[in-house]
Design a binder for this molecule. Structure first.
Ligand SMILES: *Cc1c(COP(=O)(O)O)cnc(C)c1O
Length: 392
């Protein structure tokens, strides 16, 4: 133990010195196909030239002033993001957890205005919302919560994907909002029934609750739409995002619509760094690049990866989850995934992730080429063949 870094992560014994598109390179020049993109962050690939140009140009003209002043790039970023998201206004934060904190503050203020003294928010089993005290309390994973004296009386937890469980809480005078991921990321790539959001939206309308979607991971084209809720017909009241928003530059956003507009005034919320000229310009560049063709590619290649793997291994009990470039493969329980990440990396030069419930998780770049999609399918095939052989 000679690192001065707190050991909050079990780090893999490798580090990369360069990234380009869907590849990461070690010091000695070895290339790794990156099917994780920094956990759904570098959706446009590593060091996308337009993003690099935006960062370098803005870094050499103006990095930071303060939200005490007008910030033209922040106005532009807000226009582009709200346009793509179908939302009215945005608050820029610096991470997903902060974006969700902002959403939860909005929910409390909304409840306060309704005269609710001890408001509660409905959250889901297997949810992940971040690591601040309030967002970790909204998170389901006992490991993330253990020892932190979480604020459980602020939340009511129900099974994910079951609108009836939310409907059963109708009329509860303390509830003010529902917070939900359209597809659960960290919790194991759980995809709800197609009409789930429509049902939740109706329940929220009937009860005067806010419908708050955590699209920190599913947003910014990840599922093949700007935001995953756009596969439905609903209009959320609050929408948070982060991961793909800056393609690696740390920035988050909490957006409002409908009855959530107008709750915050001067002094209600703030962030020293939120929406700097630099961060905002990166958001503009991301949204200039992220177009229908890239999202179409995310759907096509994502579907191809799912189809090929299920075609080859479905009979052995492998099933596919997720949408677009948010891809999960639930493995039968006899397949031990403990070493899967290491085997993929060392034997196949493929970067993947394993998540809750024996699921292999792939979060490739949205613009993964056809050629790299084929390579990814080949590498995954080799990996799974090996894992199945091991389990016999
Ligand atoms: C990653 C994630 C968060 C937390 O984002 P940070 O930037 O790590 O704070 C919150 N919600 C979801 C759904 C996420 O995937």
């Amino acid at each position: 133990m000679n690192s001065h870094i707190m050991p909050t992560y079990a780090r893999q014994p490798i580090s990369f010195v360069r990234g380009e598109g869907s590849y990461l390179y070690t010091e000695d020049g070895t290339a790794y196909l990156d099917a994780l993109t920094g956990i759904a962050v570098c959706g446009l690939g590593h060091c996308h030239p337009a993003i690099t140009q935006a960062i370098t140009e803005q870094a050499s003209s103006l990095v930071h002033t303060s939200n005490l002043f007008g910030i033209d790039w922040q106005e532009k970023a807000a226009d582009k993001l709200c346009q793509a998201a179908g939302m009215q206004q945005v608050f820029f934060a610096n991470s997903g957890a902060e974006a969700n904190e902002c959403a939860l503050k909005i929910a409390r203020l909304y409840a306060h205005n309704q005269g609710k003294a001890k408001p509660k928010v409905i959250v889901m089993e297997n949810s992940f919302h971040g690591r601040t005290l309030l967002t970790v309390s909204a998170t389901a994973n006992p490991k993330a919560r253990a020892g932190f004296y979480t604020l459980d009386d602020e939340f009511v937890r129900v099974p994910f994907g079951e609108a009836d469980a939310v409907a059963a809480l109708s009329g509860d005078p303390d509830i003010c909002a529902v917070l939900v991921e359209p597809i659960q990321g960290e919790g194991g790539l759980h995809t709800p029934p197609d009409d789930y959001l429509e049902k939740l939206s109706k329940i929220c309308k009937d009860n005067d609750w806010l419908l708050m979607l955590d699209e920190v991971q599913t947003g910014n084209g990840r599922t093949g739409k700007y935001f995953a809720y756009q596969y439905s017909t609903i209009a959320p009241d609050v929408l948070t995002t982060a991961k793909g928003l800056g393609n690696g530059f740390p920035i988050g956003a909490c957006m409002v619509n409908n009855k959530a507009v107008g709750l915050f005034g001067a002094g209600s919320h703030g962030s020293t760094y939120g929406g700097t000229p630099l961060g905002s310009r990166v958001v503009c560049a991301v949204y200039d690049v992220l177009d229908e063709a890239i999202m179409d590619n995310a759907r096509t290649q994502g579907d191809a990866i799912r189809a090929h793997i299920v075609d080859k291994f479905g009979a052995q009990g492998v099933s596919a989850r997720g949408r677009g470039m948010m891809i999960g493969f639930a493995m039968p329980k006899e397949v031990d995934l403990t070493e899967a990440v290491n085997i993929a990396r060392d034997q196949h030069h493929l970067i993947i992730n394993v998540t809750g419930g024996n699921v292999i998780r792939l979060l490739p770049a949205l613009n993964l080429s056809k050629q790299d999609t084929d390579l990814l399918i080949d590498k995954m095939t080799d990996l799974l063949v090996g894992l199945f052989n091991q389990s016999h």
